[in-house]
Design a binder for this molecule. Sequence first.
Ligand code: NIG
Ligand code: FE
Length: 413
Amino acid sequence: MKLLIKNASELVTCSSFKAKKGDEMKELSIIEDGAVVVEDGYIKRVGKTEDILKDININEYEVIDASNKAVLPGFIDSHTHFVFGGYRADEYYLRLKGATYMEIMEKGGGIINSVEATKKASKEELFNLGLKRLDSMLSFGVTTVEGKSGYGLDFDTEVKQLEVYKSLNKSHPIDIVTTYLGAHSVPKEYKGKNMEYIEYIINEVLPYIKEKNLAEFVDVFCEKNVFSVDESRKLLIAAKMMGFKLKIHADEIVSLGGAELAAEVGAVSADHLLQCSDRGIEMMVKKGVIATLLPATAFSLKEKFARARQMIDRGLAVALASDFNPGSCFTENLSLVIALATLYMNMTLEEAINAVTINAAAAIGKEKEIGSIDVGKKADIIILEHPSYKFIPYHIGVSIVEKVIKNGKLVYD
Ligand code: NIG
Ligand code: FE
């Protein structure tokens, strides 16, 4: 199958095969009046429309005319928890009245509520909910998403969640990268016995997940009153030895040393980082850990935002993601995430676009395959209804994505 996208007023390529660090994040590599040639799902040529038209026989191509429209790489949402049962609107309502996320958790609510609902939900129910959520993500221009378990905690429910992600991956155009987050909360049966739970995960769960190839990444909620730095370290080192790549929910509510731990164990990304220390930033720069920032979560929790400006100025590669989940952030809207990053974290719009494309690809270990419009990469491309990427945060709260092309096929129009 051959596809030509031509006459794009702005072809925003985000060109790179590795994460963009620090000042590199300023560059979007835009081609005016650009065109992309796609063959068999991959990008074959990128350039000015007039140059490309000279070289090809247009009759062989399906053609999309992107006149007066901006064309970008598909967005990558590199941190979500989108397979879960039940909702927590009542908790959100309490938070509107002043209760904090941690107070709700300490009273027995929070993640554990979603765990109970996810245990009760059948695989089919979770699958159908997942499909609906993926459709919504697609409408916001997402072509690849990372999805975490962590609403099961027990063996069967964690495996159920991961298997649902695998079936969704086969049934929906969006590609899904899965992460095992059994250490999302301490299950009731292990209350006060965190280390025992970590050992149970290491001995009983990780080998099965590896054998069945149910997850590429292992993640942990390293937080005061959840898992300590020592408990997280033990889990992550064991996971690494089994061949998993690592992520950490780090320094979200309390500055615990999660960023430092991410650097120490060689995590691909440390996520949240609202309370990350200066030393944590320095260590992440040295080790090339990606800072995945989740401003819609800070916004929903009324927390202060992560220090994106300092992180980028000190040379970090920053990715942005939604954190879509039933508790702290119930949105799949990456345009809103970009708007919040530019309004409240002082990121430039160019940095924010790189953060949901090439840097997000790097945050899931796929920077050589996706995340930019470069020859050889998968043809995951979005077309906006407006002529410039500058409309993305401006038309706030909605999607201005008109078309989505996934693996060279038009999957949303
Ligand atoms: O990334 N912080 C921990 N995990 C999720 C929230 C999960 C939930 O509240 O259900 C997060 O914010
Ligand atoms: Fe999260």
